[in-house]
Design a protein around this ligand. Structure first.
Ligand code: GUN
Length: 296
């Protein structure tokens, strides 16, 4: 069994990005600038956005954190997005999800300039992804592809089962694993809350990608020998013994499933750090596109 070490690989990617940024600086060019918009005080979102901003510093990017109160109206957020769209210094930005109930998420995602949409959530970029066109791929699916590629995990002709159909992970993952190329060329089954006999389906899978947010959902008896297991779950479970009062738990019963798996991602230290590394990679790409556009 091999651990797919997202922490290690994400550090390698960050080193590669740092080297690119150093070269930009030596050439006297502007370095990439990422902005993150956070609405409200959700603890997990605060942590994620904090990590994203900190990672920008680590690779030499500029970063801006826009913190808005929980009571922000949809119009106020749309105005802020317009400002970021028009800010020549910002190469890419994200709006951290989820948003408070008074704000329509779809309206917000549609308002982001597709050329600055480093999350890859705008319908134009999502459509391009589905059509194999060059675009921003959502960071978590992009990170999973990168892990599979760097560990040389075979995906061609394999049966990949994706659990969960979220717009951020499950749905794009199901599209990407079926695309032509590597990683891809899989036969994909997308399962969700209305799927019947899920064990019958998962036990036939060569690769399982689970993005449910349901701690220890995937048990050893649901998995065949030598399966590849990708755990996207990151749920905070109360734990008095931890300094923060909680621990992060994945969707996979790691202790038992790892005994059967050929490759498996740990939680934490698997998919999570890869998401941030790929957001940085998308921001680097956004900077390059922005420069080419403005210099032409
Ligand atoms: N919330 C959970 N994951 C993500 C992500 O990848 N991007 C944004 N913007 N919000 C999220």
């Amino acid at each position: 069994m091999t651990i797919l070490d997202g922490k290690k690989i994400s550090n390698q990617i960050k080193d590669e990005i740092t080297a690119e940024v150093d070269k930009m600086r030596e050439r006297g060019e502007k370095v990439p600038h990422l902005a993150a918009v956070l609405v409200g005080n959700d603890g997990a979102s605060l942590t994620y956005v904090g990590s994203k901003v900190k990672s920008c510093e680590r690779v030499g990017f500029e970063s801006t954190l826009v913190k808005l109160p929980n009571t922000t109206s949809e119009l106020e957020l749309l105005n802020k997005i317009e400002e970021l769209n028009n800010d020549e210094d910002i190469d890419g930005f994200i709006v951290q999800l989820p948003l408070p109930d008074q704000i329509d998420e779809q309206k917000v995602l549609m308002a982001v300039d597709p050329d600055k949409d480093v999350d890859g959530f705008h319908p134009m970029n999502f459509g391009k992804m589905a059509l194999d066109m060059s675009t921003f791929i959502p960071a978590t699916p992009f990170g999973i592809l990168e892990l599979l590629e760097r560990y040389g995990v075979e995906t061609k002709g394999k049966h990949t089962v994706v659990i969960g159909r979220s717009h951020i992970v499950g749905r794009p993952m199901s599209i990407l694993m079926g695309r032509k190329g590597f990683p891809g060329n899989s036969t994909v089954t997308l399962t969700h809350s209305h799927t019947k006999n899920i064990t019958q389906i998962t036990s036939q899978a060569d690769i399982i990608i689970t993005a449910l947010g349901s701690p220890n959902f995937l048990k050893a008896e649901m998995v065949k020998d030598d399966a590849v297991i990708i755990d996207v779950g990151i749920t905070r479970v109360p734990d008095e013994d931890r300094p923060k009062g909680y621990r992060i738990t994945g969707d996979v019963d790691f202790e038992n499933v790892s005994k059967k798996a050929s490759f498996i991602t740990p939680v934490p230290g698997g998919v999570g750090p890869m998401t941030i590394a790929m957001l940085l990679k998308n921001t680097l790409l956004a900077r390059e596109r922005h420069r080419n556009k403005t210099e032409l």
